[in-house]
Design a protein around this ligand. Sequence first.
Ligand code: ATP
Ligand code: MG
Length: 433
Amino acid sequence: MLYRLKDAGFQAFLVGGSVRDLLLGIRPKDFDVATDALPEEVRRLFRNCRLIGRRFRLAHVHYGDEIIEVATFRAAAAPPEVDDEDHREIDDARVSDDSGRILRDNVYGAIDGDVWRRDFTCNALYYNIADFSVWDYVNGAEDVHARVMRLIGDPELRYREDPVRMLRAARFAAKLGFTMHPDTRAPMDELAPLLAGVPAARLFDESTKIFLGGHGLASLERLVDFGLLPHLLPDTAEELSRDPAGPAAKLLRLGLAGTDARVAADRAVTPTFLFAVLLFGPIQRLALANIEAGASESHAWSDATDEVLSTQVRRVAIPKRFTLPLRELLVLQPRFDRRDGRRSLALLQHPRFRAAYDFMLLRAEAGMIPAEVAAWWTEIQTLPADERHERVAQLAPAEGAEPGEAPDGDRPRRRRRRRRRPGGGGGSDAPSA
Ligand code: ATP
Ligand code: MG
């Protein structure tokens, strides 16, 4: 596709993460192309092309389920050279607010201007398909080899233009295992609060890139380290700093590690489960406080979930199609503690059982509920209906003792730590099935 641009007389470069990743020997996630062709010209060349425009007009060329993003060179954001006539025109076309944030900039330029608008030097390498050369205006290749994240230009100015660059720094540093150049790290302490001015929808997009991109756990550590987490996930950050090694922190880390493993194995991941993992600590703390204050268990949990979510979505606009199932998933959690009675088997039929069960396994792994409760729910799913009823009936008073007559010895995690209190979990143990 690069060749079609070239053959039509345009410049065509591979840019951004793909060149960086190729240099590092990582398989690029996607390919971004920069060209001197205007978006309309790109569209004329490719039938399978759609123009999209949010912050900037881009052409998306579709190949099957792959999308190649083709961007026309943009004029420099912060012209590094002297202020001549040409640049005045560019400046007039730019709109920024008092904090220096760029609100609108849709000025086309040439490659040597385009490079200054890129964020980090490692993301500013251009691979020219005409002669396979790498064009490097900012010593990006050197920084890639030294594994250093360095902002192009004046770091403070660049963060003010777009505070999301601080989050991108954390994400790339985590993904690539790069260290931060001290000058690129330093302004964050003062500028992190600027994230409050970023639209919540954009922070949702960025959050999914951070946590569902395969390096979520490492990114979390960087966000904490850089002091950014309180500006993205305030309640989560507070929970983590209150009890950095507690069960909620453990659940968070296990959940993110599990998500990373799923991404590595090319398995589906969802924002629903992700935000359940991120917000469970604060929600649980609030739910327990509600119970302490006399609320019923189910009210305590649904109120706590609503309260934490409503604060969170003001900052990170998690769409309803994720928050609604998230709420269900969390509100079902207390029901795993009650295995006796008809309702326990009804839980298996609940449309959200699968997600709720996966989350319950995570709680067990974090030591929040006894391992044998998790094992029981794992096993019961494998049994035919009549045996399920038997199993519920077996939850007689001596529940803690091994039911020796278990027909199959296939009980994962059975030998994990058990912390059953004498007298068993919630509810009466009357076999009511
Ligand atoms: P990956 O696709 O692996 O997550 P990437 O580097 O390709 O990483 P993208 O978000 O796809 O990142 O952006 C493509 C390129 O556009 C970046 O490499 C960077 O040069 C530039 N870019 C993206 N967002 C910004 C930004 N907020 N400020 C400056 N430049 C940016
Ligand atoms: Mg990319």
